[in-house]
Design a protein around this ligand. Structure first.
Ligand SMILES: CCCCCCCCCCCCCC(=O)SCCNC(=O)CCNC(=O)[C@H](O)C(C)(C)COP(=O)(O)OP(=O)(O)OC[C@H]1O[C@@H](n2cnc3c(N)ncnc32)[C@H](O)[C@@H]1OP(=O)(O)O
Ligand SMILES: Cc1cc2nc3c(=O)[nH]c(=O)nc-3n(C[C@H](O)[C@H](O)[C@H](O)COP(=O)(O)OP(=O)(O)OC[C@H]3O[C@@H](n4cnc5c(N)ncnc54)[C@H](O)[C@@H]3O)c2cc1C
Length: 664
């Protein structure tokens, strides 16, 4: 099929070569080649490709997901994939792959929370798929408040076993992925009691199913929790344990130990047992970039080939991408996807470095990385879901079809603000850190790390620094506005907290009564962080780009910063970080920048280099022939393979013949 001329012209008139930017996104031309080889291996594989998934039943999808999980294992062995290759493959089919939780949570939990002997025993079994596992933490009554977990593990000294039980309905496990039908084992988080003493939440390895018959073991009641909005193939489950006994060495003992005679000891940081969640929060940030890149690619290409209506009366119908309002739906998502790319790359390395320190029992970096990973998981998933919904709607009626490829991406991504810590709760963790830093800065001590800008901003009187028109496209000056705004919102929240406390409210009550301001400050911190990483990316990852490509990536960053101010203008004005005249100039600059980026919109999404066989979209194919692909997809619907469906004989015909009233 030839390429749609409407999309070809977009490519021909772009001011830079997409491939140069693709190399930047991958890290190098070699990395691009390597990724393409890997993507071809998975995209061309009929068992992995998800082309017909939208026409499958729940059970067919589940079975296909198991087959896909298995096939990934075969490909990994055949082609000698490393862990990054495997993670990328998982990412490409993340909602439609069974054993997902086994890989991204069960194995990492054993690696992080187990000691050497436990690694030696369990990891080979898990890695070789001799056992399949889930991460069972959330209960019906508690998901957020982990100190409230009710499933009990009581140590029995006489037999050197833990006895695990579910005292009431609210204490059953509820939600763990792959728990329903696909796990033989669980890393199960339960509250440990020794002689009725509460020793906090601890991780245990519990076998749930017989490995030959797959039947639940005695004392184990397990099943699925029912259909969900999406993620149909990660069979989230419930679990009730009736006095199930496990040997002492099945408590994962890296950070807390129980001796044979029931002595409880702790080593490491207080929240070290929470470290698996931190890893997955990093993965979620990555996944937000990925979802937005998919969404932006589909909708930008579709907007470049769909013509409807006119701008100039009587002139030919225009591409919908030429409407300024359509650009405002599409361009922010492209700019955000690039900002998220730089941010997730930074986060990956930051996590790896801090994790290495933690492995050497240096926990000093834990508070900051907990703040950053919690905040970015929350902020990036909030933004990704909001923008995906805007993008989906930007496709008009076809935005409601499953074959468009964006609907599935959107509903999968909708899980991310909830899983791995509900976003509001995570923002409040960030706010806790902000308040601590504020206290440090107020005493004149230096705040270190991502909030070091607080040192300067808390002292110096405020000026926007926007004097000349050029200042409005100076990303460093714009970043300073964001930093000012964050510090001021943090101070405001801190002042409110103190005021309530001084007026007699206990600290915890004052905290709850300030939590709206606290969350607002936390979001500002996250937004500032993402912009900071985008700017850093310009001078590190983007620095070797040819001038024309660098200019476009720079424009995107300027637009990201300006657009962010227009979206949050209330915060910037309220804190006095800009005045109304400056806001008007910012709005004007943002619109002008958007018009410049419009010219390169298709080339910018082409640079994400997402092949058609992984994009799985009728609207967003590289060739721009959306109408043909929509028609082909409709024709391939199994319901269209018969001209008359059985429902005609059963119900419609009797109705047409007037027989329905007595029969039905
Ligand atoms: C290939 C990969 C693809 C990936 C794609 C992704 C797909 C998605 C897959 C989806 C799969 C879905 C899978 C799932 O969903 S698995 C289930 C996930 N569940 C959660 O995430 C639960 C969320 N709740 C919590 O984390 C805790 O309860 C919170 C944190 C809210 C409070 O906790 P708690 O009540 O105990 O504490 P506190 O309030 O008394 O005190 C807070 C203190 O603790 C420190 N603190 C707290 N936490 C950490 C930490 N982690 N590291 C270091 N420190 C930490 C904190 O700094 C503070 O310190 P300080 O201020 O006192 O000094
Ligand atoms: C698709 C999916 C997959 C999942 N997979 C797993 C898994 O593999 N393993 C697992 O263990 N769990 C899993 N979960 C569970 C998930 O981790 C929890 O649902 C999540 O952590 C939120 O907890 P919750 O359901 O208790 O929400 P709640 O805490 O009940 O949240 C409800 C509301 O209360 C508010 N709230 C709660 N506490 C506070 C507070 N302190 N301050 C202010 N507001 C508050 C929240 O902001 C929210 O608005 C999964 C969930 C989903 C949806």
């Amino acid at each position: 099929m030839s390429v749609n001329p409407d999309i070809q012209v977009e490519r021909d008139t772009a001011t830079f070569r997409s491939i140069d930017v693709t190399h930047m996104l991958d890290g190098s031309p070699e990395a691009t080649n390597q990724r393409r080889i890997r993507q071809k291996q998975i995209g061309d594989d009929p068992q992995i490709n998800r082309r017909n998934i939208i026409f499958m039943s729940h059970e067919e999808r589940y079975e296909a997901a198991i087959a896909r999980g298995l096939r990934i294992e075969q490909l990994k062995a055949e082609h000698d994939w490393d862990i990054m290759d495997e993670n990328n493959a998982i990412m490409w089919c993340f909602s439609d792959i069974a054993m997902f939780v086994h890989k991204v949570m069960f194995i990492p939990a054993i690696e992080r929370l187990g000691n050497k002997e436990q690694h030696d025993k369990w990891l080979p079994l898990a890695i070789d798929h001799k056992i399949l596992g889930t991460y069972a933490q959330t209960e019906l009554g508690h998901g957020t408040f982990l100190r409230g977990l009710e499933m009990e593990a009581r140590y029995d000294k006489s037999t050197e076993e833990f006895v695990i039980s579910t005292p009431k309905h609210s204490s059953m496990k509820w939600w763990p992925g792959s728990l329903g039908h696909s796990s033989s084992h669980a890393v199960l988080l339960a509250t440990l009691y020794i002689d009725d003493q509460n020793c906090g939440m601890q991780p245990f390895i519990v076998q749930l199913r017989d490995l030959n018959t797959w039947k639940p073991l005695p004392g184990v009641e397990v099943g699925g929790i029912g259909p969900k909005m999406a993620l149909a193939t990660t069979d989230n489950g419930f679990l009730v344990l009736n006095n199930v006994r496990i040997p002492r060495d099945q408590m994962l003992m890296k950070y807390a130990q129980v001796s044979k005679d029931g002595k409880f000891t702790k080593s490491g940081a207080a929240k070290a047992n929470y470290s698996t969640m931190m890893l997955v929060r990093v993965g979620i940030a990555h996944s937000c970039y990925f979802s937005l890149a998919v969404g932006a690619t589909i909708v930008t290409r579709y907007s470049a080939v769909r013509r409807q209506g006119e701008i100039k009366p009587g002139a030919p119908e225009v591409k919908i991408l030429d409407y300024q309002t359509q650009q405002l739906k599409v361009i922010p998502s492209i700019a955000t996807a690039y900002a998220f790319h730089f941010c997730k790359e930074h986060l990956k390395w930051y996590y790896i470095e801090t994790f290495q320190q933690i492995q050497q029992n240096d926990f000093s970096g834990l508070p900051e990385i907990h703040c950053v990973t919690s905040g970015l998981k929350a902020y990036m998933s909030d933004i990704a879901t909001a923008q995906l919904e805007t993008l989906r709607r930007a496709c008009g009626g076809n935005g409601y079809l499953l074959s468009n490829g964006i609907t599935n991406t959107y509903i999968q991504t909708l899980a991310l603000p909830t899983v791995e810590g509900e976003n509001t709760v995570l923002y409040l963790q960030v706010a806790r850190y902000l308040m601590k830093c504020l206290k440090v800065a107020a005493t004149g001590e230096a705040v270190k790390g991502s909030l070091s800008y607080m040192n300067e901003k808390i002292k110096t009187p405020y000026t926007s620094g926007l004097v000349t028109r050029e200042d409005y496209s100076n990303v460093k000056k714009l970043l300073k506005l964001y930093q000012n705004m964050t510090v001021r919102l943090t101070q405001k929240a801190g002042d409110h907290l103190n005021k309530l406390h001084v007026s007699g409210q206990p600290k915890y009550e004052a905290w709850n009564n300030t939590s709206v301001q606290l969350v607002n400050a936390a979001k500002a911190y996250c937004q500032t962080y993402v912009l900071g990483m985008n700017i850093e990316g310009l001078s590190t990852q983007a620095v070797d780009l040819p001038g024309d490509a660098l200019e476009v990536i720079h424009q995107l960053c300027v637009f990201y910063a300006l657009h962010g101010i227009t979206e949050q203008s209330g915060n910037f004005l309220e804190t006095g970080c800009i005045n109304i005249t400056e806001l008007h100039i910012i709005q004007q600059e943002a619109q002008e920048m958007m018009a410049k980026i419009r010219k390169n919109a298709v080339a910018l999404v082409d640079a994400f280099d997402i092949p058609d066989n992984l994009l799985n979209s009728t609207l967003g194919c590289y060739d721009g022939n959306a109408y043909q692909h929509l028609y082909d997809s409709a024709k391939s619907d199994p319901m269209n393979q018969k001209q008359v469906l059985p429902a005609f004989e059963k119900y419609i015909k009797p109705m047409l013949q007037g027989k329905h009233t007595s029969k039905l």
